[in-house]
Design a protein around this ligand. Structure first.
Ligand SMILES: C[S@@+](CC[C@H](N)C(=O)[O-])C[C@H]1O[C@@H](n2cnc3c(N)ncnc32)[C@H](O)[C@@H]1O
Length: 287
């Protein structure tokens, strides 16, 4: 089944894989939205604990009172964060009506979610802006970062989190999946998509403009193995990624990659290290 999501701004074809319980529990949504909901939920289930260990240590997180998650998707990530510190005030914003509906339906932490996109109506009140797995999808990142400025005050930080395919490794290796990724990355580079630039600090520095500065760049690695993963969640995530990479590759290569993933997950001794680049930005103080 193939669907195209346009309302999210993610212009990609997504083939649904077997759904998890969270997705099935909410009827009345398009299959594409359910697939995204499922993928975002699984990614949070697999990766968020590694990210939270890092974020909880940040002084910017500890001191923040008002936190906004731009491109919050189905809200699963913001919900995890809110569970860590209910004393903060949280807002999630996303251009997708359906993902915001999922977020509102599930919220148990009193988070505000609203549909929206830049330019934003909120001004000056956020201490921390989260941008997780979003910047890669933005077609004009310079304009996007400029549009974030009114939400910030002079002490505001922004945290950009992006997966690094190049920094991620599997044992045993997954050559078919690696080939799909390489073809996708080549296409992104040749078409100068933002995805090709998010691993590059010089490119990031150029498109955040004069209103922000890079304060710190770091990488965390989520190491998943049989003892720590939910194999079905990992299977769905890797299949979901394969579906997103599919438009750049012949169908037989995609089928081989999917089979390879299944064999790998079902085989003995598999482990994967998924690298996430985390960049801390600071609102530049205007004189
Ligand atoms: C891969 S999802 C990440 C969702 C969530 N941040 C997470 O980590 O689970 C990317 C999200 O970016 C949103 N998005 C796309 N273009 C956007 C834009 N211009 N402004 C804000 N969000 C955008 C999409 O609707 C989608 O929910």
């Amino acid at each position: 089944m193939k669907k195209r999501i346009t309302s999210t701004g993610i212009n990609t074809t997504f083939i649904s894989s077997p759904m998890n319980e969270a997705a099935v529990a909410l009827p009345g949504f398009s299959n594409a939205a359910r697939s995204w909901d499922e993928l975002l939920t699984d990614q949070v289930d697999l990766l968020a604990e590694f990210e939270l260990d890092y974020i909880k240590m940040l002084p910017e997180w500890r001191s923040a009172h008002r936190v906004v998650d731009i491109g919050c998707g189905n809200g699963a990530y913001l919900s995890k964060l809110a569970g860590q510190d209910p004393s903060k005030v949280y807002l999630g914003i996303d251009p997708s009506n359906e993902l915001i509906a999922f977020a509102k339906a599930r919220d148990a932490n009193g988070i505000s979610f609203r549909r929206g996109h830049a330019p934003f109506t909120e001004t000056g009140q956020f201490d921390l802006i989260l941008l997780r797995f979003v910047v890669q999808h933005i077609s004009n990142p310079s304009a996007f970062f400029h549009d974030l400025l009114p939400m910030a005050h002079c002490g505001t930080s922004a945290i950009v989190i992006e997966p690094s395919f190049a920094g991620s490794t599997a044992q045993p290796s997954l050559p078919e999946l690696t080939a799909l990724i390489a073809r996708y990355e080549r296409t992104c580079r040749s078409e100068q998509r933002t995805r090709a630039l998010v691993d590059d600090n010089a490119a990031l520095a150029a498109f955040i403009g004069t209103g922000w500065c890079i304060e710190h760049t770091g990488r965390i690695t989520a190491r998943l193995d049989r003892a720590t993963w939910s194999s079905e969640a990992l299977r769905r995530v890797l299949h979901g990624w394969t579906s997103m990479l599919a438009p750049n590759s012949p169908a037989e290569n995609v089928d081989c990659a999917r089979q390879e993933i299944d064999d790998w997950i079902d085989g003995a001794g598999a482990s994967i290290e998924i690298a996430l680049n985390i960049t801390k930005l600071q609102r530049r103080i205007m004189q």
